[in-house]
Write a protein that binds this ligand. Structure first.
Ligand code: NOJ
Length: 560
């Protein structure tokens, strides 16, 4: 039986502060800029903001490399600004969840500055240090941002582990003192009144003892070590300890970002009786347009049947125990309308269809900034204009070091690069889309003259108003939150349809993931004759027939 919880009924909006809104003209979004836009978020109707990191950081990975967990990055403002932002959010009944990045810190964090000084430094064991093996790295793991996951440090003649960039050393969760530091820091923010945490790669914090080599791959020096740190041996113990020491003492929401998690594990992380996290943010569906066994840059077209299989499995596995996050977008993913919709002729229609398909499933929906405007991917002509460390390192490794064709690499960046999601939010049609009066840290998408919030607010048919309506429906019909899920037409390659059921109520959701017309038939499994059309992205005249024609990218939701 699904219990009632406020965070199941909520809709979350993610802010990536660097690109959200710049109030002081330095080209970088900031906290005052967020405050200026809270009425906009209120109008949209979201309940919770997930704020990507705003802590002090040298910005090797745009704030996901934290050098002081208890302070605000100068570029974003001060602690006073932050306090004002929280108060202004709460005044509008918007909750705030902060990003918790504790798999790693910055190498400029004072713990690491101390740790690297000597082998007997009290902070040495806050990080993962090892001597080299046969004059090379301690093992063959590859870092997410390329190269070895180990960096040699001359000072003590040892290597430290970094699963991301070499400026993001991994914290050693085996050390109880480190864990206590993290818990204290969490309490510091919770006592300021925040409403929860989004936990960055939290299923990476427990590593297999001995850090064994990953399976060798012909022709590759460094390989994936995933099986030795994703969902590692002590992960559940650590999360239960964190829950007992910290989370259980507050009424807050927690969401664990977890690459490489299976639905069965997702259930373990989020079953209420296990007292770990509220919901998991998983990636299985985000990998479906990647060639099997390859990294994200090796593209393949999405087969809709795979998407249905994957999302359907997550729906059923977490049906009664556990909870899903629902998302198409975040700051690491390309824009969904460019990815699985049509960002040209049917941009508005397909963006609405994608939103419908997602928001009617069971789980807590997330909207990533600009998604509600149907913002699209970016194509910069030159690699020089890209800012993301993952993209730049990949380009360098493959083009400069391995001599691959730059045009091919640019194509994969256009499709999968993280900067697609990081161009500034398009507020209006004035210079730089109203994001900044200065020079933006990353170039604005030229289509801002057409795609912007001012236009969207003024147009009752806009994607923005459609999202508003979806959010309102969730508040009006508890079946959207608590109903059980059943997939229809599993093998159809272009229609994604399902029902939700709660008591004797039923919801039918039919969406067309293509530019083709399709015939939809209820096959007499249920009767639409008295059904109410809750929402659609087309004018639907006739609403009572048990079969109908679906237009390109059409979406309909009926309540029976
Ligand atoms: C996941 C975050 O979403 C991503 O942006 C970041 O680069 C890595 N974790 C490392 O913190």
């Amino acid at each position: 039986m699904t219990t009632r919880q406020w965070w199941k009924e909520a809709v979350v909006y993610q802010i990536y502060p660097r690109s959200f809104n710049d109030s002081n003209g330095d080209g970088v979004g900031d906290i005052q800029g967020i405050i200026e836009k809270l009425d906009y978020l209120k109008e949209l109707g979201v309940d919770v903001v997930w704020l990507s990191p705003v802590y002090t950081s040298p910005n090797d990975d745009n704030g996901y490399d934290i050098s002081d967990y208890r302070n605000i990055m100068d570029e974003f403002g001060s602690m006073e600004d932050w306090g004002k932002m929280l108060a202004e959010m709460h005044k509008r009944e918007i909750k705030l969840i902060m990003d918790l990045v504790v798999n790693h810190s910055s190498d400029e964090h004072e713990w690491f500055v101390e740790s690297r000084k000597s082998k007997d430094n009290p902070y040495r064991d806050y990080y993962i240090w090892k001597p080299g093996k046969d004059g090379a790295e301690p093992n063959n793991w590859e870092a997410t941002f390329g190269g070895s996951a180990w960096e040699y440090d001359k000072q003590t003649d040892e290597y430290f582990l970094h699963l991301f960039s070499k400026k993001q050393p991994d914290l050693n969760w085996e050390n109880p003192k480190l864990r206590q530091e993290v818990y204290d820091m969490m309490k510091f923010w919770l006592d300021k009144g925040i409403d929860g945490f989004r936990m960055d790669v939290i299923n990476f914090i427990s590593k297999v003892e001995g850090l064994p080599d990953g399976e060798k791959v012909e022709g590759k020096k460094y390989v994936s070590g995933h099986q030795y740190f994703m969902n590692g041996p002590r992960i559940h113990e650590f999360l239960q300890e964190m829950n007992m020491e910290v989370l259980s003492k507050y009424d807050v929401m927690t969401v664990g970002e977890m690459p490489g998690v299976s639905p069965e594990e997702g259930r373990l992380y989020t079953s209420e009786d296990r007292k770990e996290l509220n919901m998991v943010f998983q990636f299985e569906h985000m990998d479906l347009d990647t060639q099997p066994g390859m990294n994200k840059w090796h593209l393949k077209p999405l087969d809709l049947r795979d998407l249905k299989r994957s999302l359907g499995k997550w729906q059923s596995e977490l049906e009664d125990g556990g909870w899903n996050s629902l998302y198409w977008n975040n700051h690491d993913q390309p824009r969904i309308v460019s990815r699985w919709g049509d960002d040209m002729e049917y941009r508005v229609t397909s963006a609405k269809m994608l939103a419908t398909c997602l928001h009617m499933m069971k789980g807590t929906p997330y909207i990533y900034q600009g998604e509600e405007l149907g913002m699209t991917n970016i194509k910069f002509d030159s690699i020089e204009e890209y800012k993301d460390i993952e993209t730049l390192n990949m380009y360098k490794e493959r083009v400069d070091d391995h001599g691959e064709n730059p045009e091919d690499i640019m194509q994969s960046i256009y499709t999968k690069g993280r900067d697609n999601a990081r161009t500034p939010v398009q507020w209006n049609d004035t210079v730089n889309a109203g994001f900044t009066s200065g020079t933006p840290w990353i170039r604005v998408n030229e289509n801002y003259r057409k795609i912007n919030a001012e236009q969207a607010l003024a147009d009752q048919d806009s994607i923005f108003h459609y999202y508003r309506k979806l959010i309102r429906l969730r508040k009006q019909h508890e079946i959207i939150v608590y109903g059980s899920f059943d997939m229809l037409y599993e093998n159809h390659t272009e229609i994604f349809a399902y029902t939700r059921t709660l008591g004797d109520e039923k919801l039918l959701v039919v969406t067309n993931f293509s530019g083709n017309n399709h015939h939809f038939d209820t096959k007499d499994t249920f009767d639409l004759s008295n059904a109410e059309l809750l929402i659609s992205n087309y004018e639907v005249g006739e609403t009572t027939r048990n079969s109908f024609e679906l237009k390109p990218w059409e979406a309909r939701v009926y309540k029976i």
